[in-house]
Design a protein around this ligand. Structure first.
Ligand SMILES: *Cc1c(COP(=O)(O)O)cnc(C)c1O
Length: 422
């Protein structure tokens, strides 16, 4: 079967033909290609068309598709260990790796997705502080947990408005909405609710409204407000962990988070998540403490081995991050120069291997409001043009594209050649 046939039949059996909404290209208005295989930086669809992939499974595949060492590790583990629901040495290896290599992680709990990691971290923070309210920022995405599915309404100091049907009012009444990079607003929020706030959760480099870094002063303010009011600061590094740098986005800031969530890269392409942080907080988790969180598949041997193969390879090849920065620069500079020639106003935000091209007249993009002003029609035209020319990108202005170790200068040239023809 070919792309169109498979997608049309998929729509009969899966809502929208997909298992996760963005895959349907809903905002773009074309059918998504059906992907059959991937190797290195290249993926191939059921029509046998090739693309240079800048989505990389939405971030995890920093080593590219089907990296030999990762595949080998999966095969080896699969020969003897699919699942036990019992402690394994692989879990110890993974936990030790994370605690020994990451700053501010004394202990970890493995889970199966980013959503699970963030919702569990928030529960732990609530259990630890014995408070209910959390602050999340408009434009940040932390997975599909009810309490996070809130958009900023106009009354940002009031309780949230559901961003999805099926989320009871009660599940979000304790979610306060902050404005990313707005110090005054967060101070105001704390001055009203401070003593009730269990935690502030933030993407230190946001990726889910396009790539935007938190400003240093803003982050310092978050830390001092959390200290003053006894709230925990949670970094959601599901996307940024091992991506913007080996030590993740936290390496870009002086402030220390109390808890950190991970997923994506740490699973090496398999379903995985983790949350960790201060020992004294983590020890509140069952079986040691009163906060209950569990998982039949958590710490699964195959997933641990894929993750460990990825992380160990990154650690012994820190030069990979230089390569990613070099091709990132090449892409960034090339795009700016072509866009200037063509008179297309753009702003590029790039942090290591994640970046977004914003189609906007603005000088910079540092807030959610700036992203909302971007030209969606040009984005759409650009996206459709690029995919036609074999460049596979995230289908939304509100996403980041990703670079891998396997992307070559030639891959970047292909991107730039295609962009020239826009
Ligand atoms: C992808 C992502 C999540 C959700 O992870 P899933 O594995 O899709 O549940 C949470 N937070 C951030 C920052 C993400 O990028």
């Amino acid at each position: 079967m070919k792309n169109t046939e498979i997608f049309e039949e998929s729509m009969l059996y899966m809502p929208g033909g997909v298992n996760s909404p963005v895959r349907a290209f809903g905002d773009i208005g074309i059918n998504p290609p059906i992907i059959k295989s991937g190797k290195g930086s290249i993926i191939r669809d059921e029509d046998d068309k090739e693309y240079v992939d800048f989505v990389l499974a939405w971030g995890p595949l920093i080593l590219g598709h089907c990296d030999d060492d990762v595949v080998e590790a999966i095969k080896n583990t699969a020969m003897s260990s699919l699942a036990f629901g019992a402690p394994t040495n692989l879990e110890l290896e993974m936990s030790k790796f994370l605690c020994n290599n990451l700053e501010n992680v004394d202990m970890v709990r493995m889970v199966n997705s980013g959503t699970e990691a963030t919702m569990s971290a928030v529960k732990l923070a609530r259990g630890y502080t014995k408070r209910d309210k959390i602050v999340k920022f408009a434009g940040c995405y932390h997975g599909h947990f009810d309490g996070f599915l809130v958009e900023a309404g106009s009354g940002v100091l009031t309780h949230g408005i559901p961003g999805s049907q099926g989320v009871p009012e009660d599940s979000i009444k304790n979610t306060l909405i902050g404005i990313y990079n707005d110090e005054e607003q967060i101070k105001e929020l704390f001055s009203i609710y401070g003593s009730e706030i269990a935690a502030v959760i933030i993407e230190p480099v946001a990726g889910n409204m396009g790539a935007i870094k938190a400003e240093d002063n803003f982050m310092n303010t978050l830390r001092s407000l959390c200290d003053e009011y006894g709230s925990l600061l949670i970094f959601d590094e599901v996307m940024t962990g091992f991506r913007v740098d080996f030590n993740g986005a936290q390496s870009l800031f002086k402030v220390k988070p109390d808890l950190i969530t991970y997923a994506k890269i740490i699973g090496g392409g398999l379903p995985c998540g983790a949350y960790g942080g201060k020992r004294e907080v983590m020890e509140q988790l069952a079986p040691l403490g009163p906060v209950y969180q569990a998982g039949t598949m958590s710490g699964n041997p195959i997933v641990m081995s894929a993750g460990l193969a990825t992380l160990n390879k990154l650690k012994s090849n820190l030069c990979y991050y230089n390569h990613i920065n070099n091709i990132g620069n090449q892409l960034e500079e090339g795009l700016y120069s072509i866009a200037k020639e063509k008179g297309i106003p753009i702003v590029i935000n790039r942090y290591g291997g994640m970046m977004t091209i914003f189609f906007t007249d603005n000088e910079s993009v540092s807030r959610y409001e700036d992203v909302k002003k971007c030209d969606k029609d040009i984005f759409k035209k650009y996206f459709i043009h690029m995919i036609k020319h074999g460049i596979y990108l995230p289908p939304s202005q509100f996403e980041s594209l990703f670079l891998s170790v396997k992307h070559s200068e030639k891959d970047i040239d292909r991107f730039l050649e295609a962009f020239k023809l826009l």
